[in-house]
Design a protein around this ligand. Structure first.
Ligand code: TXA
Ligand code: MG
Length: 346
């Protein structure tokens, strides 16, 4: 069924139809209340989290969730993360176990999504989980996201608020550039603190499996759980879960990794990490002049967007150490550099 068939009845005060462009609004209490009301009516709301901005819909409303897929151009086989305001909300939706409990104690609210068996009586729309018998749950560490969840009083299915395959938004203005017409409200709370999406950990089997590196490192997970199985390199190995195709997070210009030498190409821009830079690149965007991985992670998507502009032939990226948040940064950068082969994670 096409999502356009699910528009709200005539006379609704909210514009659910594409056409009226939302502008970012400061996330004040009255605006959050209006956004929650829009969600309850089945509209989409962009909201800040500590990782990236999400494009939220009431996860229990199939028509609303269908609008998310349509807005992003996201393939329907790729399930969405469902956001909850705490562990009691999570228990209503998934079969919760002691591993989940220990991880939630350590990392929730925070950048960790847990894939768990879906409860048979969970009121989640099957489109949100792409029909799987598991659900990815996350409790975001952001006061606006938590207020919105409480006010809306429903779980929120929310992928990153970008067109599928493109760079995730870390500012409200990034959302407005691409999805203003799809959102009833865009809540603006400034740049996201972490800047990379959540870690996705699969707890649906006996062995915890890392499906996506993110804001919580594998070492941090292992300090709680013991060994966690990694997943094959996205650019070479087979996909272990929906939404792990190689090309994703892609600017429209070519991305070249591991730039250490002076450039041989006029007009090549540089994402710099650390104080030194090889010669000849222009413009240069500093991820972190002091070589700090947290600072660099928070600026990565903003940098890819800032350099993806007319007059730039390609984006070269200096090496990022494969430690801590660098693992998630390199994962996103490899996908940004991979040739486009279809719809990516989104
Ligand atoms: O930080 C984040 O996680 C952001 C903010 C908005 O919370 N959200 C986000 O959502 O990045 P999205 O839809 O762009 O990425 C969701 C990832 C995809 O890789 C998807 O395949 C995976 O989670 N996922 C969701 N449900 C799953 C499930 N049941 N089994 C396996 N993977 C799942
Ligand atoms: Mg995404």
């Amino acid at each position: 069924m096409s999502p356009e068939r699910h528009l709200a009845p005539a006379g609704t005060p909210l514009s659910l139809a594409p056409g009226a462009a939302a502008r970012p609004e400061p996330a004040e209490p009255a605006v959050i209340r209006r956004a929650a009301e829009a969600l309850r009516q089945g509209a989409l709301v962009a909201f800040p989290t500590e990782t990236v901005y999400g494009l939220g819909a009431d996860a229990t409303n199939g028509a609303a969730v269908a609008r998310v897929f349509a807005a992003k151009g996201r393939p329907r086989f790729n399930p969405l993360i469902v956001h909850v305001e705490g562990t009691s909300g999570a228990r209503d939706l998934a079969l919760w176990d002691t591993r989940a409990e220990r991880l939630a104690e350590a990392f929730w609210p925070g950048p960790l999504s847990l894939v768990l068996p879906l409860r048979a009586d969970a009121p989640v729309a099957s489109l949100a989980t792409a029909g799987l018998d598991t659900v990815a749950l996350r409790c975001p560490d952001h006061p606006v996201a938590l207020d919105l969840l409480r006010e809306a009083a429903c779980p929120l299915a929310a992928p990153s608020a970008n067109p599928s395959g493109r760079v995730s938004p870390t500012r409200a203005s990034h959302v407005a550039e691409a999805l203003a017409r799809e959102c009833a409200v865009i809540l603006d709370a400034g740049p996201c603190r972490v800047g990379l999406e959540s870690t996705v950990l699969d707890l649906s089997g006996d062995q915890p499996a890392l499906l996506r590196p993110g804001g919580v490192t594998q070492a941090a997970l292992e300090s709680i759980l013991g060994p966690v199985v990694g997943r094959p390199d996205v650019t070479t190995g087979p996909a272990r879960a929906p939404g792990q195709l190689a090309s994703h997070y892609a600017p429209s210009r070519p991305v070249r990794l591991d730039a250490k030498e002076p450039t041989e190409q006029a007009g090549e821009a540089l994402l710099r990490f650390g104080p030194e830079a090889p010669a000849g690149y222009d413009p240069i965007y500093d991820l972190s002049a002091r070589g700090d991985l947290e600072e660099a992670a928070a600026r990565l998507f903003d940098g890819l967007r800032a350099l993806d502009r007319p007059g730039v032939a390609g984006i070269a990226v200096m090496p990022i150490p494969e430690i801590g948040l660098g693992v998630a940064m390199n994962d996103r950068l490899r996908r940004a550099a991979a040739p486009v082969e279809g719809d990516g994670d989104g």
